[in-house]
Design a protein around this ligand. Structure first.
Ligand SMILES: *[C@@H]1O[C@H](CO)[C@@H](O)[C@H](O)[C@H]1NC(C)=O
Ligand SMILES: *[C@@H]1O[C@H](CO)[C@@H](O)[C@H](O)[C@H]1NC(C)=O
Ligand SMILES: *[C@@H]1O[C@H](CO)[C@@H](O)[C@H](O)[C@H]1NC(C)=O
Ligand SMILES: *[C@@H]1O[C@H](CO)[C@@H](O)[C@H](O)[C@H]1NC(C)=O
Ligand SMILES: CC(=O)N[C@H]1CO[C@H](CO)[C@@H](O)[C@@H]1O
Length: 366
């Protein structure tokens, strides 16, 4: 019930601020401002806004229990955060309402976009297979959305909507957490992960997508969960060797995006340097108005690095900080709402070395 109310409220704001004052075009009985740009979201727990509430999975891949959601929404929504996550801020900056999870039951509009992200998902279908919506399946869902849009609004409007839309993708962290990854050389495993990611990007392009926002891998060696399982590190320091595959991934990903830009017509992208931004925010939280980058808000063990927030996973004990807004990490892997806002601002308006060749703002305005 509460989720519904909030969504209607957002639609209302949207129509009040755009539908009436700005010239519109209409899809069926829904009128959109001329410059309407939808947001489609693909990925893992960083972006999941509740899809995993509706699949058979484990509590490791779910956040639909307290204290997740305790600040902004005042109830657990399935977001791995005390409050909002990155796609919520991107939608806000793009003057869109909150983008709904694809699996949310009931009628969906899709004209503002939709979110397919699933916590635990990877670019490889083997990653948490059977417990998540892998990236390939997310693409299948998008294909289905396109079909529905065409039935409702016709080919021409659908083509326009999809070509103007921005496609935000974050994937890979879970692939590199797989034990299997050690069976391969870094180079081989990275080529599989990035290869499957670019296959999905091409799949979206073939369905009419043109504008892509892609995050590279964060500095995983700084995550409390990694630090907690390595002995003898002093508080706050990152473990560089755990970031090594991420660095290879990031180089290969950038090369592949450049190849796509040169090879396929109209392809535009924003490559977000999540690695440097996450490293900076974690290690210099005070620069960004935060206090704690080394220890998580919710969890147990050293650095609150055990993944036990909410007490419904393997480890049942957990502590919760008083003020999540002072922390970078909410649980041992996921950012707080405050950190997600900071990251989103860099994605939205960061300079070329952070968010390029387009930042998200310029992609939306294209
Ligand atoms: C989830 O698992 C339960 C119990 O195993 C089963 O009854 C149900 O059909 C499954 N639901 C889906 C959507 O697969
Ligand atoms: C990982 O290992 C499992 C079990 O051996 C296997 O079924 C799976 O295909 C492997 N995944 C990859 C990406 O190699
Ligand atoms: C995608 O991943 C699979 C393993 O799931 C791998 O066998 C395949 O080669 C990868 N595809 C590309 C294009 O790299
Ligand atoms: C880009 O922005 C970052 C962070 O605000 C800053 O440190 C860096 O100097 C900027 N680079 C350029 C080339 O302006
Ligand atoms: C020597 C030492 O401190 N070993 C510890 C390393 O961390 C593991 C897991 O936290 C402990 O079980 C070991 O005792």
């Amino acid at each position: 019930m509460m989720a519904r109310k909030k969504i209607h409220f957002c639609f209302l704001i949207f129509f009040l601020s755009y539908g009436i004052l700005i010239p519109t075009r209409c899809l069926g009985n829904i009128c959109l401002p001329k410059q309407h740009v939808a947001l489609f979201v693909f990925g893992d727990s960083l972006f999941d806004v509740g899809n995993n509430n509706y699949i058979n999975t484990t509590t490791d891949n779910q956040a639909n229990y307290s204290p997740y959601g305790e600040t902004f929404f005042n109830f657990p929504t399935g977001r791995f955060s005390d409050g909002r996550v990155i796609p919520d801020f991107v939608a806000e900056y793009a003057k869109l309402p909150l983008i709904q999870p694809y699996l949310f039951p009931g009628n969906q509009q899709y004209v503002n976009g939709i979110n397919f992200a699933s916590a635990g998902a990877g670019a490889l279908v083997e990653t948490h297979q059977g417990l998540v919506i892998d990236l390939k399946t997310q693409l299948t869902y998008f294909k289905n959305v396109k079909k529905i849009l065409r039935q409702r609004y016709g080919d021409k409007e659908t083509t326009t909507l999809l070509s103007k839309a921005v496609y935000l993708i974050n994937i890979g962290v879970n692939d590199y957490f797989q034990e299997n990854s050690s069976l391969y050389t870094h180079e081989k495993y990275v080529s599989m992960v990035v290869g499957n990611l670019t296959t999905v990007i091409k799949g979206i392009y073939d369905l009419g997508g043109r504008k892509f926002g892609i995050l590279n891998q964060p500095s995983k060696g700084c995550f409390p969960i990694i630090k907690a399982f390595v002995n003898g590190t002093k508080s706050g320091s990152c473990i560089e060797e755990y970031s090594a595959p991420a660095k290879v991934h990031n180089i290969v990903l950038f090369e592949e995006l450049e190849k796509l830009r040169k090879q396929i017509k109209g392809f535009k992208y924003s490559y977000f340097n999540f690695f440097d931004v996450s490293f900076e925010v974690i290690n210099n939280p005070s620069k960004f108005g935060l206090k704690e980058g080394g220890v998580a808000c919710c969890g147990s063990g050293p650095y609150k690095g055990y993944y036990s927030c909410g007490g419904k996973r393997e480890v049942k004990d957990y502590d919760l900080c008083k003020n999540p807004s002072e922390y970078v990490f909410f649980d041992s892997v996921h950012p707080t709402e405050s950190a997600s806002r900071i990251i989103s601002q860099f994605m939205w308006s960061g300079n070329l070395s952070i968010s390029g060749p387009y930042n998200l703002k310029s992609l939306f305005e294209e």
